[in-house]
Design a binder for this molecule. Structure first.
Ligand SMILES: *Cc1c(COP(=O)(O)O)cnc(C)c1O
Length: 419
């Protein structure tokens, strides 16, 4: 193998990647924690209900646990022990993904297009490794912060934000300027809203027309209840030529602590070289990137993920999702009955509430904390367009949800709500 020869010229000191200094400080969850602990210190006898953080609470499905135990036993035996696995993931899991998440929906995805990972955060953050730094990027606002911060770290600052609010039904409008890379997340975190087939088709058509690519985050796909909402962008004709899709078992199957997901990079997806405009297959670049920087997800974890696709696994996971979605329904109905404007929560585990009486997100946060002892997440923490909104997650315990609602009802009943 021949190595590229470099001209080495030292600057006499190690230097940092200064793009990290351009990151907007991430105050949201530490600010929340600070306010909560200050309140607790002043009011030690009060019990606080947390409906803020986007982590699941229900245990793993029995089918998953059983598969993990079995895999551990295999690792204990010299004949069945596994060391390094394939970087792209074991065939057994990629096959289960292709069959269940795509073929069953009439989507043709091949095993070569599936990259098993240690969760969607890694790949949504790392995917930029294979893209040029001069791309113009479009993101929705409010947004999952990983997309913005990972691009900033890489040195990309050409980002336009497309606001999502009640006026546009929380679906971003197509950018007026030409952009090259688009990040979409549906069902959406934080708004809990979805995109219809017609709306998603517009984005795919835009991408095809403009030689742009779409990064489609489908982390909450399993929460979709309406049969006509797309689970995958590849349900839209032409999407295999313009989209990468991220999946995660974190919210689907409670894998936030286990760590597994996968990314689809279609073989048909080709992107231009800046130098001569010739096209290069992104799948090849991503494979090379993964083989260099990633050594695969653990065997035990991949067996755990495979178990999600067994008949028992599917049934058990459906029950857990139904549990969370019942929390979402309870919150939606109760907040509506209080006179609040409520969005999301029908096909996603997030309920997005318009703050009443013109309160800012943080004013509403403080009111709920001090008067109801309930913690949620201020919408403005996810972007400017989130100001005046508030996120509740359905990932808590049912009894906590019900108690929180009673307390919020009391706290709000003293004033007339006008939206
Ligand atoms: C939770 C979440 C993910 C999944 O993250 P993991 O790394 O798989 O746990 C991805 N995207 C969004 C928008 C999320 O909220």
């Amino acid at each position: 193998m021949t190595q590229t020869q470099y001209n080495i010229e030292s600057n006499n000191m190690a230097q940092i990647n200064e793009n990290f200094l351009k990151l907007a400080p991430s105050y949201l969850f530490s600010d929340i924690a600070k306010r909560v602990s200050a309140y607790k210190e002043a009011n030690p006898h009060k019990s606080i209900i947390r409906l803020g953080i986007g982590d699941v609470t229900r245990p793993l499905a029995p089918a998953v646990i059983e598969a993990m135990h079995k895999a551990v036993d295999e690792m204990a035996n010299g004949d069945t022990f596994r060391g390094y696995g394939p970087e792209q993931g074991y065939d057994f899991l990629r096959k289960a993904i292709v069959e269940n998440d795509f073929k069953a929906r009439g989507i043709d995805i091949s095993m070569d297009e599936v990259f098993v990972n240690d969760g969607a955060k890694s790949d949504t953050g790392n995917i930029g490794d294979i893209l040029g730094l001069n791309n113009a990027i479009c993101m929705t606002d409010p947004i999952y912060p990983v997309y913005v911060d990972s691009n900033t770290m890489a040195g990309r600052n050409n980002i336009v934000f497309s606001p999502c609010n009640k006026e546009n039904g929380f679906v971003a409008e197509l950018p007026k300027e030409k952009v090259d890379v688009i990040y979409l997340c549906y069902p959406n975190n934080p708004t809990g809203t979805v995109i219809t087939r017609e709306q998603l088709t517009k984005w795919v058509d835009y991408a095809l027309r403009n030689d742009a690519i779409i990064m489609y985050d489908a982390a909450y796909e399993a929460y979709i209840q309406d049969s006509d909402i797309p689970h995958s962008i590849y349900e839209i004709p032409g999407a295999k030529k313009c989209a990468i899709e991220f999946h995660s078992y974190s919210k689907t199957a409670g894998f936030t602590g286990v760590r597994c997901g996968y990314t689809i990079v279609p073989l048909d997806l080709e992107v231009a070289k800046a130098s001569d405009g010739s096209k290069v297959q992104l799948n090849k670049l991503w494979l090379r990137r993964q083989c260099t920087k990633f050594n695969g997800t653990s065997y035990i974890t991949q067996r755990a993920a495979e178990a999600i696709y067994t008949p028992e696994g599917k049934e058990q996971i459906k029950k857990t999702i139904a549990y969370y979605m019942d929390n979402a329904r309870i919150m939606r109905e109760a907040f509506k009955a209080m006179g609040l404007e409520v969005f999301g929560g029908e096909n996603a585990p997030y309920v997005w509430v318009k703050t009443p009486n013109g309160m800012t997100s943080w004013e509403f946060f403080d009111k709920l904390l001090t008067e109801a002892n309930v913690v949620g997440t201020p919408g403005v923490g996810f972007g400017k367009a989130g100001e005046g909104y508030f996120r509740f997650t359905a990932f808590g315990k049912k009894e906590d949800c019900i108690l929180a609602i009673e307390r919020i009802q009391k706290a709000l009943s003293v004033e007339t709500i006008h939206n």
